[in-house]
Design a protein around this ligand. Sequence first.
Ligand code: TYM
Length: 332
Amino acid sequence: MNRIFSGIQPTGNLHLGNYLGAIRNWVALQKDFECIFCIVDLHAITQPQDPKLLRAHTREVTAAYIACGIDAETVTIFNQSTVAVHSELAWILGCLTPLGWLNRMTQFKEKAGKQRDNAGLGLYAYPVLMAADILAYKATHVPVGEDQKQHLELARDIAGAFNRRYGIEYFPLPEPQIFGAATRVMSLRDGSKKMSKSDTSDMSRINLTDGPDQIAQKIKRAKTDPHPLPDDVKGLEGRPEAENLLGIYAALTSKSLEEAVREFAGAQFSTFKGALAGLSVEVLGRIGDEMKRLMADPAHVDSILRRGAERAGALAGTYLREVQDIVGFLRP
Ligand code: TYM
């Protein structure tokens, strides 16, 4: 049986990268897989969060899932902290994760920065909790953006470590699904930096709740280079901004990067940016409007999360009891 698990942190500023790298692909996959999509609030508190905003952002991410086209009737949508199994399984998996594996994680190194000793244990153990998220449901596939690849490799290693330690093929090794023309959307201000929720410049990203004027303005002011667009993909080498904007265009139109390059071969940036702005406003405007409509009814959003938590909790609970038996915990 094929089952998908994926999630997004409710840390605010949900952006085009989250849409093109993750949610958009989930919408396409939900027809063919049993899907569980989580709002990972336990992961969010690995960095300080304002409690009021954390609640608001949890509803906002839920609204985004639905506004982008996730079907809440067939898909399980819930926030991570409502299913205690995630934390319990993370402990068990943490006991068989060598520190050496965690020390390799580039995201920890980036986020902890030079003040490593001041970074929290939660930030360090973040990838173990992520493995627990996936394995709690014995998920076989995990659709994410490119930046999560290393964490998924670790989740596979941890699943393998559990199976080996207890001599049983219990956990499937989850497969990453990283696809589309925009698996790594870059900042609009700097083509060498990832588009990110935490970038201090709001001009660096297109938020899913931005209005049409903001979207158009951000694309118009996006960094470029002085040359016309190239005739083929090879001509994008050394031109990260051009590559990023064409990748976004390709992903939004469900074309390949090659096709997008062909369409605008030799064009000036101004012409291309006009087309990209129109397209972005059309796609994201619809999503933003629907998000706002959903967020105006928090009781409805909460009812979706409640139902999701029940379904998720029942499934994960069954597996956790099996894991406890395997590990040797007495259940008197
Ligand atoms: P998060 O909240 O940082 O991002 C959510 C999803 O968006 C993708 N993404 C991007 N894709 C393309 N371009 C970008 N600039 C970009 N920025 C973000 C991410 O790859 C991700 O798919 N650790 C995860 C959340 C998580 C998770 C999990 C994911 C927790 N448990 C279990 C999968 C399975 C994270 O921080 O995502």
